[in-house]
Write a protein that binds this ligand. Structure first.
Ligand SMILES: [Fe+2]
Ligand SMILES: [Fe+2]
Length: 496
């Protein structure tokens, strides 16, 4: 039987639009789900997804990807990666596994909504593949850490991420609730596919993959490459929609969605990717600094994409460029100080050599963040360990759900407003602006501190808070990944 070339039949199968006769258009595509209600359905026929694939091709390629990743894993199981890897790399892997699989699962639900509610037939088609992609990402990133659970219980946080009230995972789930789960499919695709996936997943999946390969964790590197190759495809769902928005009077909404989601994503990745890249990955295995990765993978590409579409850079661009050298350093010393509350044992990453590297990559680091570390190190070297863990609650940003940090001895970034009689704090001027765009969307968010103050955490002390977050239940409260051996080089000076 003669087979047609794909190009001869493809458009018939991806353009499956029809005119509903028994129900109204509003019933098929409710505005709250489908978005852009004022734009006629026929306009969406012009949506042209840049990446085209048939089901037969899709399953063939995906099967090969899975087979490749799982066979590397099987081959390396005997290589004993866990016992040979540096503590810093193990910290990075555990941070990743606790935060990422649950977001992948949410992304699968998100793409499933595209399949049902997108007005563009090409988008429904690609959403179908996207939903299968994300389901695979969730599963593979649950399967890989599972092999280490008998060696290290903290790897079990990959599954705990789905149900825990741990503060860090609350922050990740809050972002996905806001950007993936509770907006119409047009807004969602701008926020997730365009702003989040086009650039930022590259950082985590290509940047961290390079670091993983350098650190000898080839199964992580291979797995993460197989995930990213899917991202590169479905990340393109948002761009043709942005074109339609620009052509049909939705410019302001498009710009606002980009501005909100770029910032939210940036602040989350500063923790998820920024901390491991500049502090956990062993110095000799670091490919680039976090800032260099951002400049190469995000800033150039993102600016170009915006320009091509006729959009502006977000209004906070200069503030963001400063934040590049600040936020993750603050979050690192913050998370390290609050280390009992983490699902992974953090690596300090501030030995003398590492500090030299930090100063070279971030001039001025020693005079600001370094000075704060001097205090921590001095306390540790003199045995005053109780002074290296804070005794008060942090201030948590109502939008990012992350602790508010600033530059030690320089600036605090806290912003505040009063809304409906409640005093609300934010970690930046941009988070405050995001709140003001839609206060009702954000005001009922209960950060971990809100829960504490509302009496949900009992007993209302550190022990109760740890238990509420699963520490001392799923795993012990976390502690320094190297058992503080890195402090030794500072002890002689401290003794004097
Ligand atoms: Fe994914
Ligand atoms: Fe994705």
């Amino acid at each position: 039987m003669a087979l047609l070339e794909r190009s001869e039949w493809y458009d018939y199968t991806r353009m499956t639009n029809w005119t509903p006769k028994f129900v109204s258009e509003e019933e098929v595509f409710p505005a709250m789900h489908s978005g852009m209600a004022d734009v006629p359905l026929s306009v969406f026929d012009s949506y042209d997804e840049p990446y085209k694939i048939s089901y037969r091709e899709y399953v063939d390629v995906q099967r090969q990807k899975d087979a490749g990743a799982y066979s590397v894993k099987a081959a390396l199981e005997r290589a004993d990666m866990y016992n040979r890897a540096s503590p810093g790399w193990i910290s990075a892997a555990k941070l990743h596994y606790g935060g990422v699989p649950v977001v992948e699962y949410h992304a699968s639900l998100m793409e499933s909504r595209f399949v049902r509610f997108a007005k563009a037939p090409g988008m429904r088609n690609m959403g179908c593949f996207g939903a299968m992609d994300e389901n695979r990402h969730a599963q593979i990133q649950l399967a890989f850490p599972h092999e280490y659970i008998d060696k290290d219980r903290q790897f079990d946080w990959a599954t705990q991420g789905y149900r825990t009230q741990n503060w860090g995972i609350l922050a990740a789930r809050n972002l996905s609730d806001d950007m993936m789960m509770t907006r119409d499919v047009v807004q969602t695709a701008i926020m997730l596919n365009f702003a989040f996936e086009t650039g930022f997943t590259n950082l985590q999946f290509i940047g961290l993959s390079a670091d993983a390969a350098n650190a000898g964790d080839y199964s992580f590197a291979k797995m993460i490459q197989s995930v990213q190759s899917d991202e590169a495809r479905h990340a393109q769902l948002g761009t043709p929609l942005l074109k339609l928005m620009m052509e049909n009077g939705h410019e302001a909404e498009a710009q606002r969605m980009v501005d909100i989601s770029f910032w939210r994503t940036w602040r989350l990745f500063a923790v998820l990717s920024g901390i491991p890249m500049d502090y956990y990955v062993p110095l000799e295995h670091r490919e680039n600094s976090w800032k260099e990765f951002m400049e190469e993978w995000i800033i150039e590409q993102f600016e170009r994409n915006l320009r091509d579409l006729g959009l502006q850079r977000p209004w906070y661009w200069d503030y963001f460029l400063e934040d590049l050298s600040e936020e993750h350093h603050g979050q690192h010393i913050g998370t390290y100080s609050w280390r009992p509350t983490l699902w992974w044992n953090p690596t300090a990453g501030v030995s003398k050599n590492e500090r030299e590297w930090l100063e070279e990559k971030y001039p001025g680091w020693n005079d600001t963040f370094g000075k704060a570390w001097d205090v921590v190190i001095d306390n540790m070297a003199n045995g005053r360990m109780e002074q290296t863990v804070p005794g008060t609650l942090p201030v948590i940003c109502k939008v990012s759900n992350l602790p508010v940090v600033g530059i030690p001895f320089k600036t605090a970034k806290i912003e505040q407003i009063t809304y409906k009689g409640e005093n609300i704090q934010f970690g930046s001027i941009v988070d405050k602006w995001i709140f003001e765009q839609d206060p009702e969307r954000y005001c009922r968010t209960q950060t971990i501190v809100d829960r504490f103050l509302a009496g949900k955490v009992q007993p209302a002390d550190l022990g109760g808070a740890l238990q509420y977050m699963g520490l001392g239940v799923v795993t012990d409260p976390a502690d320094d990944s190297m058992g503080y051996s890195w402090v030794d080089e500072y002890r002689p000076a401290a003794a004097e």
